[in-house]
Design a protein around this ligand. Structure first.
Ligand code: NOJ
Length: 503
């Protein structure tokens, strides 16, 4: 713990003054989407129901504006337009996800849906024609409902089912896809969807289901990595990674030793929960996490810790199973001291951390959880370099929400400030960041926020049946960035209502 605190202090003490604008040779840019958020066609051409279909249809009250992904951006039918937009943006790669229920309607490999396979092959061909590399996520939260009925990620059988599904995807699409992501944001899957009801299937088994999920998910991830290694890598020459999301925690007062220590504990609980087993020499869950949950479980009367440490076989099997560290990053929160958050359920992940947080930092966005704190991004990246032995890193998501405007100066400022921090850590700290992905190509179904929070480079008018996509000013900014490989300096990207000295 003392060592962690020291690392955290060191990371926080570094700030930079130089002003870099040019990205290194070979640095790549992309944009991301996810199947349920854009495809629509929820029950078309053989696709079966997934957990988001179920939640939005049975509990529309749980979605801020009552919308759902039945049609979303209709990318199932309009993917050619999407590819035109991608080409206009000049991106090197497009990150999208596969819909499990579209490819395997039963959830299992007894039946492959030809229309599902055809759809993704068509999309891949359209991308190839424009020279855009696919970066493909196998699981971005839309589990077939039939598998959820068996317990979903709390059921260890899912290790085999996920491996089977991945096997089909590698076999059917692996000649065209060289970069794979197994899971998008495992924290969101396990904590938000199983330990809470913030995401579908909203199991809300706090403090129990979340840890059963991480056990299954990390093993399933490792099995898919090994499958690729053993069976496909030599023929397909691709890479496999996982995308871990972070709310980065910092002490409110960097001079306060207790806050510094607790910020490190919180980072281990959030990022380390999934990164430590894969990216450290030691493997397994972070020891502080194992200790805290064991202590709490005992105090709560549980016969055994709610978080079960992996045995030696699994520690070894999971270690090193990612060719890159994929990071989704949006924001930073502050730690104010020890205690149980008033909103924490009992038992729960939040209670297990034992720290109090505040979001009173940075400018607000349309998302309650998202504050604009670019320096936190730099601190997270330095921390990843030191904690995980200098891994090659892809930023697989970064972006900010508003309520929907074409003159999205705030988004431009956000990109510019966060990209500046990436340049700083690359040039000043030698952090090995290889690529950047903006979230997201176009406004889309933002999960429980529906369409009320918009992250797109393109504006989508969901009230027009043609679902027209219109480039926002941020799309022009991103286009210039990919074209010049330099942070755009044009005055047209600066908010006339605000006096920014410089980007
Ligand atoms: C993370 C998720 O991967 C993505 O689906 C979501 O829309 C963005 N963050 C913004 O919340």
């Amino acid at each position: 713990m003392a060592c962690w605190s020291l690392i955290a202090l060191l990371a926080l003490s570094q700030t930079s003054s130089a002003h870099y604008t040019k990205f290194p040779e070979g640095f790549t840019f992309g944009v991301a989407t996810a199947a349920y958020q854009i495809e629509g066609a929820w029950n078309v051409s053989g696709k079966s129901e997934n957990v988001w279909d179920r939640l939005t249809h049975t509990r529309p009250d749980m979605i801020a504006d009552g919308t759902n992904g039945d049609i979303a951006c209709d990318s199932y039918n309009r993917y050619r337009e999407d590819v035109e937009e991608l080409a206009y943006l000049g991106v090197d790669f497009y990150r999208f996800s596969l819909s499990w229920a579209r490819i395997l309607p039963t959830g299992q490999v007894n039946y492959l849906n030809p229309d599902g396979i055809r759809y993704y092959n068509d999309l891949l061909e359209a991308l190839e024609a424009k020279n855009i590399e696919p970066l493909v996520t196998l699981f971005h939260w839309d589990l077939p409902q039939s598998l959820q009925d068996l317990g979903g990620w709390a059921n260890p059988k899912m290790i085999e089912y996920f491996r089977d599904y991945a096997d089909v995807c590698f076999r059917e699409f692996g000649d065209k896809i060289k970069s794979w992501i197994t899971f998008n944001e495992p924290y969101e899957i396990c904590e938000d969807a199983y330990g809470d009801e913030k995401k579908a299937p909203a199991v809300n088994s706090h403090g129990v289901g979340n840890y059963l999920c991480s056990d299954t998910l990390l093993k399933a991830h490792a099995e898919v990595y090994h499958l690729y290694n053993d069976t496909y890598r030599s023929k397909q020459n691709g890479k496999v990674m996982i995308s871990i999301n972070s709310i980065w925690y910092e002490p409110k007062d960097p001079e306060n030793a207790e806050q510094v220590t607790l910020a490190e504990v919180a980072n281990q609980f959030k990022f380390g929960w999934f990164a430590h087993p894969i990216f450290t020499e030691e493997g397994g869950y972070p020891s502080i996490m194992v200790e805290n949950v064991a202590r709490q479980s005992e105090a709560e009367g549980y016969p055994r810790p709610r978080l079960e440490q992996f045995d030696e076989y699994w520690i070894q099997r999971i270690k090193g199973t990612s060719d890159f560290l994929g990071i989704n990053h949006y924001t930073t929160h502050l730690i104010t001291g020890a205690g149980v958050d008033p909103v924490a359920k009992s038992p729960s992940w939040l209670k297990d951390i034992g720290a109090l947080t505040t979001m009173e930092v940075g400018e607000e966005s349309a998302s309650e959880w998202l504050r604009v704190v670019p320096t936190g991004f730099a601190n997270l990246l330095r921390w990843c370099k030191s904690s995980y032995n200098d891994p090659p890193i892809y930023i697989t998501e970064n972006g900010v929400s508003d309520r929907g405007t074409l003159q999205d100066y705030k988004r431009i400022q956000y990109f510019n400030d966060y990209l500046t921090e990436i340049l700083n850590v690359i040039y000043e700290d030698g952090v090995n960041v290889l690529g950047y992905t903006a979230w997201t190509l176009m406004d889309n179904f933002e999960w429980r926020a529906g369409f009320s929070e918009r992250f797109g480079l393109y504006y989508v008018d969901i009230n027009d049946p043609a679902l027209p996509r219109t480039p926002k000013l941020s799309a022009e900014y991103y286009r210039q960035l990919t074209n010049t490989r330099e942070l755009p300096q044009d005055d047209r990207f600066k908010d006339p209502a605000k006096v920014h000295d410089e980007f």
